[in-house]
Design a protein around this ligand. Structure first.
Ligand SMILES: *[C@@H]1O[C@H](CO)[C@@H](O)[C@H](O)[C@H]1NC(C)=O
Ligand SMILES: *[C@@H]1O[C@H](CO)[C@@H](O)[C@H](O)[C@H]1NC(C)=O
Ligand SMILES: *[C@@H]1O[C@H](CO)[C@@H](O)[C@H](O)[C@H]1NC(C)=O
Ligand SMILES: *[C@@H]1O[C@H](CO)[C@@H](O)[C@H](O)[C@H]1NC(C)=O
Ligand SMILES: *[C@@H]1O[C@H](CO)[C@@H](O)[C@H](O)[C@H]1NC(C)=O
Ligand SMILES: *[C@@H]1O[C@H](CO)[C@@H](O)[C@H](O)[C@H]1NC(C)=O
Ligand SMILES: *[C@@H]1O[C@H](CO)[C@@H](O)[C@H](O)[C@H]1NC(C)=O
Length: 345
């Protein structure tokens, strides 16, 4: 028995892994290799982060770390791609303007993007101890329903939420629709993926049914996985901060009864917020993610466990990709790219 094994047994120190790290913006464009593979342009605009081998097609056999020459993620071994739709503001005259993402708390100088968590147990506790199995090369998943416009349609998903920020630290409770008032310091969305895998399929036709939520309870409460999806994976969790500040002084639009309505709209037209969705294509190098989850890795791997190479924010920001689909996504637009208008039901 090696000395550290003995040490661990004596102190019963769990190997505790929760990582939180940022990935800067790689590219913003109309591509979606998961839902619309090969389609150029895809239906709506996405903001994408991660390895720069991102493309219109992403064959599950593709060697993502091998095909990338850089990544926008703080963990230099993470060549995964993570993406979400983009947000737009609709002015009272009906024109749209894109809302940009900004770096998150502790990643303020990042060029927009997403903050990613992988965790074993509940967020923000350092006593994580449950065993989780990292994803395999070729694994991908989607969460959310792009056609959801009502609470009933959105409720089957857990934890796809919005937080209205008065300041970084003063935050309204999470909601599953867009905030119904201006948010002085921006809107943060949270997107948590299911955590039970069928153990066989790297993907499925709806990109969701190879995954499931715990049968009872929640991931955070240690709820067991169903027999159909027995493999407990890390909780993948995105946080995206939308800089709504440039729009705070603009008048909100009104409906046909002159009632003020929410001005924020997803790039595919949803102005309710119920269609919040996220995409994930696994692309970590070798067993780097499993190593992180099996060792004492707190936040950015500063624990005593796996010490994987970290990039500086300058290096993360330096990795970018030119869009393949070139169209105006940043001017005042009369319709959203792909021809969408905001829909409230
Ligand atoms: C994307 O795919 C096209 C061919 O479909 C290829 O020419 C291009 O080099 C690829 N780009 C990247 C970044 O892999
Ligand atoms: C619509 O309103 C926005 C915000 O006030 C303004 O910047 C834009 O120029 C207007 N567009 C048109 C076509 O009037
Ligand atoms: C972990 O710590 C939190 C609070 O710090 C506590 O509520 C929870 O019960 C602990 N979980 C375990 C498995 O020890
Ligand atoms: C919004 O209005 C307030 C008060 O008039 C002003 O202080 C602030 O600079 C304005 N913000 C923007 C982004 O124009
Ligand atoms: C809405 O407001 C405009 C301008 O104030 C007014 O002309 C119009 O009659 C109002 N419409 C309704 C349905 O109240
Ligand atoms: C790691 O995370 C800690 C706490 O979140 C933070 O203070 C520190 O600056 C981070 N280190 C790096 C290299 O990002
Ligand atoms: C950014 O990229 C350029 C060109 O590839 C390179 O010369 C430079 O050293 C990079 N800077 C950092 C901080 O990685």
């Amino acid at each position: 028995m090696q000395w550290y094994t003995l040490f661990t047994l004596i102190l019963a120190v769990p190997s505790s892994a929760i990582v939180r790290f940022h990935c800067s913006q790689l590219v913003t464009q109309r591509l979606d290799p998961l839902v619309n593979p090969g389609l150029i342009p895809s239906s709506h605009v996405h903001q994408i982060v991660g390895g720069n081998s991102f493309n219109a097609t992403m064959d599950p056999k593709k060697d993502m770390p091998g095909h990338s020459t850089c990544t926008t993620c703080q963990f230099g071994d993470d060549f995964s791609n993570y993406w979400t739709a983009t947000l737009y503001f609709r002015a009272q005259n009906g024109s749209y303007k894109r809302v940009h993402t900004i770096g998150n708390n502790q990643f303020e100088t990042a060029n927009g993007g997403l903050t990613i968590y992988y965790m074993q147990d509940a967020i923000y506790t350092s006593n994580q101890s449950s065993k989780v199995t990292a994803f395999k090369p070729g694994f991908r998943m989607f969460i959310g329903d792009i056609s959801a416009r009502s609470l009933e349609q959105a409720e089957r998903f857990r934890q796809l939420t919005y937080v209205c920020m008065d300041t970084w630290t003063q935050r309204a409770p999470e909601s599953i629709h867009f905030p119904n008032r201006p948010c002085p310091d921006g809107i943060t969305i949270s997107q948590r993926f299911p955590t039970c895998w069928d153990g066989v399929n790297l993907d499925s036709p709806d990109h969701m049914s190879h995954m499931a939520y715990p049968e009872t309870g929640t991931f955070e409460s240690g709820g067991p996985c169903p027999a159909t999806h027995p493999v407990r994976t890390p909780q993948v969790f995105f946080e995206v901060v939308w800089d709504t500040k440039p729009f705070n002084n603009l008048t909100w639009p009104v409906d046909e009864n002159n009632q003020t309505v929410n001005p924020f709209v997803w790039s595919f037209g949803d102005a309710t917020g119920y269609a919040n969705h996220a995409d994930y294509v696994f692309g970590w190098k070798g067993d780097a993610l499993q190593k992180i989850m099996d060792t004492d890795s707190y936040f950015n791997s500063t624990g005593s466990g796996a010490r994987l190479p970290l990039q500086t924010i300058e290096q993360m920001n330096n990795c970018t990709q030119a869009p393949i689909v070139t169209e105006d996504i940043d001017g005042w637009l009369t319709s959203l790219s792909g021809g969408y208008q905001s829909q409230y039901s």
